[in-house]
Structure formats: C-alpha cells, structure tokens
Design a binder for this molecule. Sequence first.
Ligand code: ZN
Length: 450
Amino acid sequence: MIKIHGESAYFCRGNYLAAIALLTDWIYTYLGGLDETRVWGADFLIKLLIISFDAVGDHLFEELLRLKNFAAFAAQCTAARGVSSVFLTNTYPVHASVATGLSPGRHGVISNTEPFPGAFPRWNYHARRLKAVPLWKAAHSAGLRSAAVLWPVTGGAKEIRYNLPELMVQPGQSQLIENMREGSRFMQLRLWLRYGHLMNGLTQPDLDNFSTACMLNILKSHRPELAFMHWTAYDTLCHKYGEESAVKEALPALDKNLGLLLNAAGDGASVILFSDHAQIDLKHEILPNDILVGMGLLKKAPEKGYEEGATYIECCGGSAFMHPGRAGFDMLKEIRRRIQELEGFERFLTTDELLECGRPELPFGFCAKPGFSFEIFGKGEKGQHGYPRGYDNYGVFYMARGQYVPQGRSVSGGSLLDIAPIAVRLLSDMGHRLIMPDIGAAREDFFGLH
Ligand SMILES: [Zn+2]
C-alpha cells in the first residue's frame, strides 16, 4: 500500500495516480514484464555502473575499508586517492562535471540552485541546463540504454531510458507529479507503489534504501547497459548532525546498499565509485546579506529570506558571490571591506576560481574559514561544503574496476574530471564507442597494459 508521509510531498496529492500505479504494476507483473525470481543469463550483465557516495571525503577511505562490501570491492579496483573535486564543490555542479568531464564554467551548471536571495530558490535539476554532452547522451548515440536513480541534473533527460530523477520541488508543488513530468512515467509509478513504504519522508538512510530497491528492480526488469546511482545518506546526516554521527550511521548503510547493487550488477560489470565533495563540521552560519540590509541595498522578507533585488550576495555554503546590481565601484569597495571584517571570512576567490565555477562576470566571490558557512538564513546545520579545494580533509576519491584495470592498487592525485574519460574508456574496452569531443583521453596510470 502507498504510505502517506508528513515530510515528503511524494504522496500528498494525486491519489488517482496511485490507482493508475496500482493498475500499471498489476499489468506489468501479471503480463510477464517483471519476474523477480527469474535468473538472468549472461546477457543480464550491466556494462557500466557509476555510483556516487555523496559527501564521503577521501579522509574516510580507511574507515570505508573496514566495511565488508566496500573492502571486497576495493580489492577489485584501482583507487585514486587525494583527488581534487571541482569548484564549486556542491552536489549539482560536481555531478554535472563527472557526467560531462568539464568544469562548471564549461558545462553551465554552476550551482545547486538559481542565484536568488530568497529562501526557496529553484534547483538546477533539469538536464537542459547542461551546455555540454553528458555520458548518458553519448551512450544513447552509441545505442546503449541508460538508467538513473536520483542522479542530479537528469530531469527531463530524454536519453535516459529508465529515469527516476532527483527533483527538488518548490513549496506547494507535488513531488510525484513533478517526477512524472520529468522522468520515466509508468516506471516511476510502479516503483513508488512497490517501494514507497521504504521511505520515511526524505529521512536517511531510508531514502537510500528506497532508491537502491528501485535500481535493483530496474536492473532486473529492464537490463540497462549503463546505470547511474546517487546515494545521499552521508551528506544528509552530515548536514544535520555533523561528521561523527554521519560516519556511524550512514557508512554501514552505504556499505549494505553497495553490496546489494554490486551483487545485482554481476561480477562482469565495470564499476566506477566516487565521492563528489567532502563536508566540514560547522560552528557558525553567517548571513552576509545582512551587510547589504544595513547599507540599505536589500530588504529582509519574513519567511523567505530577502526581497528580490538586483544587489545581493549569493550564498553557497563554503563560498559566496557578489551580484552587484547597480552598486557602483565605491559601494562595492565598501561591501568588500565589510565582508573582510566578518567573523569566518577566509579570503576572496581568485580569478581562476571564478572562471572555473562559471562566474567570471561577477566583481568578486569569497570563501569561509573551516567551521563557518555563508547562508541566506540560519539553518542550524552541523556540516557544510562549497569551499574551495585545498582545505584540510576536503579531498575526494574515485575508484574503478574493469577488464583492464589492475586490482587492489591505488594511485595518487587527479581530478573528478578524470571520471568521464575513464567511463568512456571502460565502455570502449567492451566494444562501445562513446563520442565526447570536448574531453581528453583517460589517465594512463589508471589502466594496466593490454
Ligand atoms: Zn554532494
């Protein structure tokens, strides 16, 4: 039965959709579309599975190796340790960089949300935001069928045949209806009907358990060649409780779901696993737009942050960006001076950093010291990301297994931009040629000699 949750809007509306889902699931199951007891032959094997451990930094790698499924997987992989994320180190820009092999400045998804000073900015979840070719588009052109579950920036992606996109809805919108609009309609209805009971609103690790069940079902029933899985338990719990609690609760849950997914994918599947950014524990959230309020450049608005205006500071956690509006040189100079005096101010961003994160037109950006973040309103969070690369315990990792990837080995350094070329290479080794003209070859030290 469908369960109605207080926190989530998944099933708050549209009971008629539940009836359609029930009917769809019945038809699908009883007309032979899905038999979960069926044992597939070798043709079941997925070619490439790409898994995201959201926010699990490289400094947790030894902790991960204590977990059974992760340790067994690591023994089959080459791992890249001490890897740089891309700036801005927030989930949507980074996942778009992993999918395209390009920096946010080049692929166009420069932030999780649209730059707006209100409390409920629109999220950049739609694939049309990408100005570059993502892996799923190149795979589609090569005749491969893709699946994605809660992968960022996949809303409306026509090239993903089996798509349950991660969508952040606005207040008053129905999650279910928006997902129907932007993902695989009947497949999602069927999955929500079957596995909706695993969710408890958007709490974690329940949401990851739901998304894992969905992916297992998609692998078994549709047999896609390429699949994208995004797990967010660690990120959610770290924001809410800080790193110590998140390590205890989220890592075992990630390991359990990893074991289930690898088992379903089969030993012959190539797999890439990565973390998008780390998190840093917070002591204090700073509201830099209050500087503009004090200067009469912006107005506070009850329950939604600030009134819409042309002059504001876009807050992205560990970093923030000045949108000048009509503020002139002297005014900006004064704003800069006041920002520098903020407790928790680390430094202004460099020209290269502004270029990389797609904001060369802005007069300046700045970043927070570890333990501080820049926000539109106080959220009371215990962990945050969005900082420039190079902070302590802020590196990431990636790892891969495949036909020509040496096992149980690690290499040092690199960037998350390496992942798309590695994915292209792994699929090429299986006879599938993906064309992504803007990216280079896979790093040589990751692959053994043929
Ligand atoms: Zn993330």
